[in-house]
Design a protein around this ligand. Structure first.
Ligand code: PLP
Length: 427
């Protein structure tokens, strides 16, 4: 098959290459185990001397086919599926940070990630410093310490819809000898490929656009293979010194560019679990087959709704990087030239009750703790997803308490617009 296939082709045909007479669709290998004829073959698999399947927690053919498709879409050298986006972000950090380590993260990130980083990882002895992604390089640099092991951000933040200056973040990370990890959930590789801007590791909540139909919760970690771990061996002993649990094997020596990926699977997934069911990977793959078509329609619909809200006198503010006067418009033109995503954030004039009245009056657009799928939905983060954050933390995370997050689906935009208009009229 031709190399460098375009994204649309990869969405439809990437990952699974059936041999003569094999199933055209990715088969669901819903099996925990795989049979071998002799002891040695299985032993070689355990010792990572050969590639093959022996237990689904470590690798499964359905999961691998779908992970390969996502790796190809992102332009990475390998990917691992996880059972949720939360697990993907946890694994991406935990693969290179252990107790006593520190990392720096944008404060404009999903609330669940904010808690994972600020509370749960802290209990494991891993500290992080939240920084304003729009701060100057010098200000962000000030958050780095000798034990800092990574820099993290979201391409388009959830729920603030702010666009990350990826090159700026990559420059800061590399100046400090650490990788840049980016959660590319909202943009998807259809609208942004962060590796092309210097990012080293990408995570996804595949629960969102990649699945696109709200059928499975899942995640993915993708490696560019570009970060030189050995050049900073003192910072990354887990990759650059022998692993006792693999007979003294050193990942960078044994696997070169695949070191981070191999450790992720062979050590973290082995010890912590959280693989997706092959059935879920299959559903995710069905979603991926139309990702390129859906993203274009999400962006087209969201642009129209953003422009309407922007001009409506009842609306106090709108954040959508496709709007010409949006503070992130210039960054979006650079990093998201084909469109950002279907999610926008806005606030209504009036008190908190105005938001509640508006949301309760919507009929087609449903109130749902979800975002980024085919059906339009709405959420008030301060009372839903981010309710565990204090007002101070909400502000730090770039979330106004009046922020309404609207996830524009792929229904006919006139119907979505009519629903929003009638709900505004009831306020
Ligand atoms: N990252 C982002 C940007 C998200 O929006 C979410 C969930 O909303 C997650 C990670 C967590 O993903 P999941 O819900 O699949 O665990």
């Amino acid at each position: 098959m031709k190399k460098n296939l375009k994204s649309a082709t990869l969405c439809v045909q990437g990952g699974w290459k059936p041999k003569n007479g094999e199933s055209r669709q990715v088969p669901i290998i819903q099996s925990t185990t795989f049979k071998y004829d002799n002891t040695e073959e299985m032993a070689d698999l355990f010792d990572l001397k050969k590639e093959g399947y022996f237990y689904t927690r470590l690798a499964n053919p359905t999961n691998d086919a779908v992970a390969s498709k996502i790796a190809a879409l992102e332009g990475g050298i390998g990917a691992m599926l996880t059972s949720s986006g939360q697990a993907a972000n946890f694994y991406a950090i935990f693969n290179i940070c252990s107790a006593g380590d520190h990392f720096v993260t944008s404060n404009e990130i999903y609330g669940g990630t904010y808690n994972l980083f600020g509370v749960t990882l802290k209990k494991l002895g891993i500290e992080c410093t939240f920084v304003n992604p729009n701060a100057s390089e010098e200000e962000i640099q000030a958050a780095f310490r000798p034990n800092t092991k990574a820099l993290f951000g979201e391409t388009i933040s959830n729920p603030g819809c702010k666009v990350l200056d990826i090159e700026k973040f990559a420059h800061i990370a590399h100046k400090n000898g650490v990788p840049l990890i980016i959660d590319n959930t909202f943009a998807t590789p259809i609208n942004c490929r962060p590796f092309e801007w210097g990012c080293d590791i990408i995570t996804h909540s595949t629960t969102k656009y990649m699945d696109g139909h709200a059928t499975q919760v899942g995640g993915c970690v993708v490696d560019s293979g570009n970060f030189d771990w050995d050049a900073h061996a003192d910072k990354f002993p887990g990759l650059c010194t022998p692993d006792e649990s693999y007979h003294g094997l050193t990942y960078t020596k044994a696997f070169g560019k695949m070191a981070y990926m191999t450790k992720l699977v062979a050590q973290l997934m082995r010890d912590l679990g959280s693989i997706p069911a092959p059935q879920n990977a299959f559903l995710l793959n069905i979603g991926l087959e139309t990702l390129h078509l859906r993203m274009a329609q999400h962006c087209k619909n969201a642009q129209r709704i953003a422009e309407f809200l922007h001009d409506d006198p009842r609306v106090a503010w709108v954040h959508y990087s496709g709007l010409k006067d949006d503070p992130c418009h210039a960054l979006a033109q650079k990093y998201l030239p084909n469109g950002s995503c279907g999610v926008l954030a806005f606030g209504l004039k009036g008190d908190r009750n105005a938001a509640i009245k508006f949301m309760d009056s919507l009929q087609l657009v449903s109130i749902a703790t979800h975002v980024a799928d085919a059906k339009s939905c709405v959420l008030h983060p301060a009372s839903h997803t981010h309710r565990q954050l204090s007002d101070k933390q909400l502000h730090e995370a770039g979330i106004d308490p009046d922020l309404i997050r609207l996830s524009i689906g792929i229904e006919d935009v006139e119907d979505i617009l009519d629903d929003i208009k009638q709900a505004l009229d009831k306020m």
